[in-house]
Design a protein around this ligand. Sequence first.
Ligand SMILES: [Zn+2]
Ligand SMILES: [Zn+2]
Length: 254
Amino acid sequence: MQIVIAIAVGLGLTQLANLATTVYLHRDLAHKAVQLHRGLRSTFKVFLWAATGISARQWAAVHRKHHAYTDAPEDPHSPARLGWRRVLLTNAVLYRRSARDPRTTERYAKDIPVTAPDRWLLNRGIIGLALGIAVLVWWLGWVPGLVAVAVHTVGYIGLGGSVNGVAHTFGRRPFENSATNVTWLAWLTCGEGYHNNHHAAPTSARFARRWYQFDLGWWFISAASRLQLAQIRHADVDSLAARATASVQAGPPS
Ligand SMILES: [Zn+2]
Ligand SMILES: [Zn+2]
């Protein structure tokens, strides 16, 4: 029974980490599609530090680089260049390689300040992970605690690799870009699987385009907005994508 609880805790942690990743790291910090309340931002940031060891600034920088160079040699994780299996299975390694290069944050995270808590604590992922593991072991006991850690690690890394590998290879492409919409993946990643929509309109806080597309990240943002905990900048994939296409067709201003 304890092991069943441990597996459930691991899966629950992965879902919470996916929600924090898509709402805070991706839609707020990296793309500024939404501006979350300071308290919500800090909560997500500290949770991600303990649950994944991720530095928010590094994540945003690596992700912005992916958008700037999608499928070009500079793309940190392009399945078109590396193969989808390699991106799926080694996404965490590819991410770390790019995140550790100081040029990535220098160039792509200029606007994101490094605060004192970042410098002393939150940019030290190993401390966050040690704390997260200690909490699980204290709560569940040694074996169930480590089972929860293992389930969460495989779940979070596997789903992240799936977004970057599978959702640039298989699935529907309603817009002209290399990313794809993969419904099952969107269900498991709080909406991240609507990756083709997202590449067409990166500044939309909503990744879904239809009422039946399940975008849990957007549901969270719209609820937070009603509670005055988030300010939504844009939330319409189609109009933003149409605007982007029109500006490409018009060419640079003369
Ligand atoms: Zn992508
Ligand atoms: Zn993005």
